[in-house]
Ligand binder design. Sequence first.
Ligand code: ARG
Length: 457
Amino acid sequence: MWGGRFASGPSAIMEAINASIDFDKRLYREDIAGSIAHAEMLGRQGIISTADAAEIRQGLETIRTEITEGRFAFSKAREDIHMNVEARLAELIGPAAGRLHTARSRNDQVAVDFRLFVKRAAEDLDRALRALQEALLARAEEHAATVMPGFTHLQAAQPVTFGHHCLAYVEMAGRDRGRVRDAIRRMDESPLGAAALAGTGFPIDRHATAEALGFREPTRNSLDSVSDRDYALEFLSAAAICATHLSRLAEEIVIWSTPQFDFVRLSDAFSTGSSIMPQKKNPDAAELVRAKTGRIAGSLVALLTIMKGLPLSYSKDMQEDKEQVFDAIDSLALALAAMTGMVSDLQVNAAKMRAAAGAGFSTATDLADWLVRELGLPFREAHHVTGRVVALAEERRVALEDLPLADLRSIEARIGQEIYSVLSVDASVASRTSFGGTAPDGVRAQAAAWRERLASE
Ligand code: ARG
């Protein structure tokens, strides 16, 4: 393709370090779509004949079929997907193939291919996140009033409901989707026609190719067009944050499914056994979701590091962008599918959750709030009094609600029998009626709002 000024071919090592076909063949659909849009525009603009444009189109469609059906012989000597396709086109249609690359460079070609690819991947990610939201939302509706311990520092803090906990992840997935959509909006510009870096003297129509490829508009600066990989970085950044969210839920599932917690049981479909310990049921899928986060965050850091300090415009370093993005796309798609499956199949042990919800004096804040509300104590003083009550209960090894009234009164004489009504876990969650709080009615209202939001998308 560029042999004119070369007397000999590349060394085997040069070929090995240079060739990207083993991975960038994944861009073949985008590459062919980009080439068809380009050729037809060249034909319409009178830069090549419409007969040549038609021949090029037909040849490219044949190649697409060959690749889709696994009949295409990829060649390392032809470096990358762009040259593999063009060389095959020459075999198929002869000299007209040589006109396709008029007013174009592999620099804008790879930029348009990869943008199209990342845009489609981002749309897929948005859909997969929506499926996870649906799965979580269904569990939230089912368990709006299922009481469980809420934790801070992984220590019992205050009772919450399992539905509320599920909706926390619906919110996270919602923000993930927002980031993905923002990224899509910004990447929706076509770099095709920037040529090598400076634009071209041929009378091309960049608006037409942008429109043909489904982009909102063409990019405005040819240098930026071939050197920009922000869209890949933004995708990876949104993917890394999303994976981080998944890893937190995965970790909770690992903890909840231990015999010590026993809050949930994983379905057989999403767990594995042990080759030696017959009793074991391991949360491997959750562990692997937790671990995939490392690869995805790693891809973001890798591409940031590749791009850092690159002078304008194109440098071959940028060829290293693809494997990072491909790996992140595949890892995240799998992690999301596994998480959606686990969430849907999860068996919730409501009795265990409820029993644990009262452990660790988790309604102590309710007692302090009662002292503020009913006796008019300043909160700091109520906190101190309650602390003494907790210390006493701990000494006696009983729960707060099992402390006799006389004991409570030995600490604060004005405490009455009514106090016991605020010490139960149900009373505690029911009282949390502030907007966004864990009261079952509030959880139901938030779940209904999400249902409506998802339905209207
Ligand atoms: N395979 C290359 C890449 O992925 C295509 C662009 C090559 N351009 C060049 N000037 N060598 O970046």
